[in-house]
Design a protein around this ligand. Structure first.
Ligand SMILES: Cc1ncc(COP(=O)(O)O)c(C=O)c1O
Ligand SMILES: N[C@@H](CCCC[NH3+])C(=O)O
Length: 442
């Protein structure tokens, strides 16, 4: 069994995270419960930042908060000196509620609304990552009518096909995101903006996909963008002070995944940018990156309580837990693989291969097809590892299941940072039919 970050097993045979007994946590807060190892988040943030610092390269490490957005995680990101990538008015609102330094907020999205863009101006955020021509027109209109400045990056698709799940590649030509680097769209975009009185083009952005292990894909992307920057200097006398190479750094969900240390990805990027700037005598740009999953993914563990079991003789045994695709859609959406352990009996031999099923009314609601765990008993606490990214942020109320509570653990302390949804929360937006007295009595 692979344990992550500060995870350990105490003398009661219980899984601990950040020095806190997870079984105690389930008694205090119930299940499903998403537990974050905050020391691991901080370790990763530091690793990304220090790799740039060691090379003396100016950088911004922005937490891509679509992976997990909450006021408390934004507060931790702020404490760690990270910047923040938000992708909607809702994430920006959350960042403002956390009083995140506005100048370190970068706003993404392939279909930002006029209202969202105005919100970004209201908040005076650091940068908008422009995705399309409609957005360019809206930005011009808003900045000119308000006579207010805004920094932008242009999101481009460099034509890199990273090997990951099809649904989460974003750098290929056939993508809904950004301006194509090769067919002239990116050139048109920069021409529309680089002399604008209120809009400052800081440079280019790309994000080639998510859960990527090969550093070559990042190298190709960095090279493609640098080549374009060099071309723009020749063609338009325009120099990009910023190069944002996105996120996408892979983590270990199962033993098949072989993640690299954050420094390995960053060093490859640094290498390409340093050598190309030297070769072409181009001013060294700041390098920005946007890790999401690699900051929060393996820092998160979901605790469930087991309920019913069903044996299909000769086929499999289903063990049902009190959550499922409503709190983790990734297995159903991407066939994502996870590992698990019995948090209340960590020292028992892992004897059984079972299918951990959720409680939603869907046959596909299986969290793990082949979980290798201790022989399960009703009331066990099952810990599913590596559930910190794209789980709560993609959660739903399917079957009207309330969303889980979230606890942060660090140095033997724990704090509830998102309370469990209640049934009242579930119906809070419902409006009963308006009926007249007559209709009610008839
Ligand atoms: C633009 C952008 N930046 C950063 C990320 C973060 O990616 P990851 O969580 O894989 O690091 C994403 C998500 O894939 C993204 O779309
Ligand atoms: N939500 C995806 C990744 C998409 C990342 C955002 N562009 C996942 O769970 O792996």
């Amino acid at each position: 069994m692979h344990l992550y970050g500060t995870q350990s097993v105490n003398n009661l045979g219980h899984l601990t995270i950040g020095g806190v007994d997870t079984v105690d946590l389930t008694h205090m807060y119930g299940t499903p419960l998403l537990v974050y190892d905050i020391a691991l988040f901080k370790e990763r943030a530091t690793a990304f930042k220090e790799t740039f610092a060691k090379a003396g390269i100016k950088a911004q490490v922005a937490y891509a908060s679509k992976a997990f957005s909450s006021i408390a995680i934004y507060e931790v990101a702020k404490e760690m000196g990270l910047s923040l990538d938000v992708v909607s008015g809702g994430e920006l609102y959350t960042a403002a509620a956390a009083d995140f330094p506005r100048e370190k907020i970068h706003f993404h999205g392939n279909n930002k609304s006029y209202t969202e863009l105005q919100f970004a101006f209201d908040e005076k955020i650091g940068c908008i990552v422009v995705d399309n021509f409609l957005e360019i027109e809206m930005l011009k209109e808003i900045s000119e009518s308000r006579k207010e400045k805004m920094n932008v990056l242009l999101r481009v698709t460099p034509g890199v096909e990273a090997s990951t799940h099809d649904y989460i590649t974003t750098g290929q030509e056939d993508s809904k995101f950004g301006f194509d680097l090769k067919n002239g769209q990116a050139d048109d975009a920069v021409l529309k903006l680089y002399n604008h009185p209120y809009i400052t083009v800081l440079g280019m952005h790309c994000h080639i996909g998510s859960q990527i292990f090969e550093t070559d894909a990042f190298r190709f992307a960095a090279e493609a963008l640098m080549e374009k920057m060099i071309e723009w200097r020749e063609k338009f006398k325009f120099i990009c002070p910023v190069l944002n190479l996105g996120g996408g750094f892979g983590i270990r969900y199962t033993e098949e995944d072989k993640p690299l240390h954050p420094s390995a990805y960053v060093e490859e990027m640094e290498d390409v940018v340093l050598s190309m700037t030297r070769k072409h005598n181009y001013p060294m740009p700041e390098i920005w990156i946007e890790p999401g999953r690699s900051l929060v993914g393996d820092a998160g563990t979901t605790l469930y309580t087991t309920g019913s079991s069903k044996e299909v003789p000769g086929v499999r045994t289903y063990v049902a837990v009190d959550g499922g695709m409503s709190d983790n859609i990734r297995p159903a959406l991407y066939e994502a693989k996870y590992t698990a352990a019995t948090a209340n009996r960590m020292l028992d031999p892992h004897a059984d291969i079972v299918t951990i099923a959720g409680k939603c009314c869907e046959s596909g609601d299986k969290l793990i097809e082949d979980a290798y765990i201790a022989e399960p008993a009703e009331g066990d606490i099952i810990a599913v590892f590596c559930t910190g990214a794209y789980t709560y942020s993609m959660a739903s109320n399917y079957n009207r299941l309330p969303k889980p509570a979230i606890v942060f653990c660090e140095n033997g302390q724990h704090q509830l940072v998102v309370r469990r949804e209640t049934y009242e929360d579930i119906i809070r937006l419902d409006i009963p039919l308006q009926r007249t007295e007559q209709e009610i009595s008839s």
